[in-house]
Design a protein around this ligand. Sequence first.
Ligand SMILES: [Cu+2]
Length: 259
Amino acid sequence: MADDNINENTGSAAPVRKEPNHLRRAIIIWVVLSVIGMVAVIVTSPFVLPVAASGLDATDNSTMEMLTILSVPVALFVFVFLVYSLIAFRVNGRPGEDALVLKPRPGLQIGWMGITGALCLFLLIWGLFGFYQDTVASATNPLVVQVTAQQWLWTFSYPQYGVSSQGQVLELPVNRPVEFNVTSEDVLHGFSIQALGIRVDANPGEVTTTPLVTPSRIGSYSVRCVELCGLYHSYMWSSVQVVSASTFNSWIISQGGHP
Ligand SMILES: [Cu+2]
């Protein structure tokens, strides 16, 4: 053991530089940064994520938040170990010294694969649970809205009330489930109301029915086309007014409908 510390040129004992426990150091840095990062995501996400105006969109937001929280330690694991290795195991700055020989650590590899695998499985179950909640929703008397896209405007009609509002706003009563039947007159468009968590293709010659969505907040939100559909695609937007049931009924009457 003592022979290892003898300087080959002088034959005298050289000061032994004690190698720190790199793995422990890197893990401590990773854990500390991960905790800071995850707390930062939890604290800032209410300000960053758009306002949810339906349960469907609240599910989207919580899924987005959970994905971001879990991706923080995964991303930091890669970055911290990369940067740590670049600094700690540099040979350039220490002439005459060989780089450390890295020993394989099967435990570390198995642990890494196990943890990331478990995270993926958790997210899959989380996603399936949210998807199940969204698709099994049912209601006895949902509001049906026919959505027709054409270059470059939206037409919303209410077959239950005999009302059509071409190129106008979409009016929805709060707390009543809505089902959108979406189609297109010409090319492929995309019907999206981000605040309600609705996003579906508008296919020509085909009607796509969205899962039931219940607007939960009175307010004004936007409808956008999210599929490039021609020259004025970027102008193809409208707005949704989520109003009280009585305001909705008055609006139906003002449009010549029968509530
Ligand atoms: Cu478009």
